[in-house]
Ligand binder design. Structure first.
Ligand code: NAP
Length: 264
């Protein structure tokens, strides 16, 4: 890596998968903007973990507290990143929520639908638009191998229907198309786009359904017969950031222990 470290912006990086991605980016030699919504202590833990594994003192780690369900929060995150690090080389759209209450689709409220769609779908669309316009307008020199990157963290829920969290499934299916659209638009501009699709990952999000998934995994739902870890997703993202897919864009990378393979 150069004297200037490539800058990676990770949304929702205080906990779970986002933390795994931030730490992996640090291992690779990148500076990281650690965005979060409210849990400052957890965000500081992520920053400390990044510092422990960094490869050079050129790498900087910055905490940016912004609620990305607001369009103003999105603008402030990008402006703050450029102010602190002077550049962005990769954007990882990771922040996401599950519905507060799992209810059958017949009982799903409009409030829950809008809340989930706003953060999981609208926010990555417009955050990506803002970062892309910075790249297209400012034309910075790329520091990462194979160019700038946008990564969307979707979910197996992009294709697997769960009737008790329909709004989540719709948001992730939509995100999958957002990834394709940006991939096509940016392919000739030296910007790669990937959808990373995690399976069942052990984080705060899945804590409340842990026993159910323990049973399902033991019963063979996941061919590799284990929970995924945030580091599994971080390692996949690190491969993309490292330039491991130079002649690819718009791809879906499953990180799910084989869940997506249809069986008979
Ligand atoms: P998590 O442990 O609940 O962490 C969520 C992260 O998002 C936290 O850093 C949180 O910040 C941040 N966040 C929440 N609301 C935000 C907002 N309005 N603005 C900015 N940041 C916000 O979730 P996770 O399991 O790591 O999930 C991360 C992503 O992976 C999500 O997009 C999720 O849909 C996806 N995913 C998860 C799984 C799984 O099994 N866990 C599977 C497939 C896909 P605070 O700490 O400040 O609250």
């Amino acid at each position: 890596m150069n004297d200037i470290a490539p800058a990676v912006l990770v949304t929702g990086a205080s906990r779970g998968i986002g933390r795994g991605i931030a730490v992996s980016a640090s291992e690779l030699g990148c500076s990281v903007v650690i965005n979060f919504a409210s849990d400052s202590a957890a965000a500081q833990d992520t920053l400390d973990s990044c510092l422990r594994v960094r490869r050079s003192t050129a790498q900087k780690f910055v905490l940016v507290r912004e609620d990305l369900s607001s369009i103003d929060g999105i603008a402030r995150l990008v402006d703050g990143t450029l102010r602190e690090l002077g550049r962005i080389d990769a954007l990882v759209n990771n922040a996401g929520i599950a519905p507060k209450v799992r209810t059958d689709i017949t009982q799903m409220t409009r409030e829950s639908y809008e809340e989930v769609m706003r953060l999981n779908l609208e926010s990555p669309m417009f955050l990506t638009q803002k970062v892309v316009n910075y790249w297209l307008d400012s034309r910075p020199q790329a520091l990462l191998t194979a160019g700038f990157k946008v990564i969307f963290i979707s979910s197996l829920s992009a294709y697997a229907a769960s009737l008790d969290r329909a709004e989540y499934c719709v948001s992730k299916a939509g995100l999958s198309m957002v990834s394709k659209l940006w991939a096509l638009r940016l392919a000739s501009d030296g910007i790669q786009v990937f959808e990373v699709r995690p399976g069942i990952i052990e984080t705060d999000m899945t804590r409340r359904v842990k026993e159910k998934y323990d049973r399902l995994i033991a019963g063979g739902l996941v061919p590799q017969m284990r929970w995924g870890k945030p580091d599994d997703v971080g390692t996949a993202v690190k491969s993309i950031l490292a330039g491991g897919f130079p002649f690819s864009t718009g791809d879906v990378i499953n990180v799910d222990g084989g869940f997506h393979v249809q069986r008979l």
